[in-house]
Design a protein around this ligand. Sequence first.
Ligand code: ADP
Ligand code: TRP
Length: 326
Amino acid sequence: MPRRLTGFTPSGDLHLGNYIGAIRPILAGQDETDTVVFVSDLHALTLDHDPDDVRRRTLEFATALLAAGADPDGCLFFVQSHVPEVLELHYLLECATGYGEAHRMIQFKEKSKRQEQVRMSLLTYPVLMAADILLYDTDEVPVGEDQRQHVELARDVASRFNARYGPTFTLPRAVNPPVAARIMDLTAPDAKMSKSTSAAGGALRLLDEPDVLRRKVLRAVTDAQREVTYDPENRPGVSNLLAILAACTGGDPARLARDFGGNGELKQAVADAVVATLTPVRERYLELARDPAHVRSVLRAGAARARKLAGEKVQEAREAIGLLAG
Ligand code: ADP
Ligand code: TRP
């Protein structure tokens, strides 16, 4: 059984795009694949952050993933920093990564441009991501385009480490999440819906109240044409609504377009579909959030299981790279 792994960084609020593009696909596969899902809290420290915010969001993300259906008995489910072995592997992998290699990462270039003070950890972030991946002998990493380069770096570092110090790591590969629609921002449909950049009205948050979801959909930017057609290039707003409807109901956006006489009718249907998709997750979230001690005990159990695997892998890497056993 291939092992598949993904992390969710607790910055910003989870939204429908994350749910459709990442959460739902990885959880849908958790019975057939060996699945590892974690909240990557260490990655949230690479940009300016508020400590209380990161702590609160880490628990919120974990609770939301459980609410979305993560089965802690079926998959390995934990908080990244609860498995400190990852930090040790991070250092060992830094010793097999070139400065130029890290410096070339597109995401580093883009994110560092926007910062006044660039943290060292922003540069080494892909190496930590490599440690996340290699620690658990991951075969497949389902990621969007923007993270593909990081998975390739993990693969390069693993193969270099293996060649120099002996076979230690499984070589991971990036896989496309199954035909995930790229959900666009409701108020600026030429940009993707994003937890870091979308304005309040532009993102449908996983935990928004039904009324709020409805209002956001009804206020979504469309255009003045009367009929409904699927044409992402020329009609991004209407096409995005059709893509959302398709993702929520399982239909095809171009075919769904024929069911509607106008934008108003389409918006009503999208609002209903979004509410029907997210409300069960929200309700389960509210139920779980009433007992944070339970969620934390689930996370502790997950970390204990993860640490067993991680400890063995780090030990192998220590020996291979030349550290004297203590
Ligand atoms: P964000 O841009 O909201 O910060 P991330 O870059 O952290 O999101 O992405 C987390 C996961 O969610 C990735 O696997 C990504 O492919 C998926 N994802 C993010 N935004 C969208 C979107 N608008 N539509 C579909 N999938 C998305
Ligand atoms: N960097 C990813 C993000 O911000 C999250 C992440 C951390 C991750 N470690 C990972 C994803 C390992 C895949 C594999 O979205």
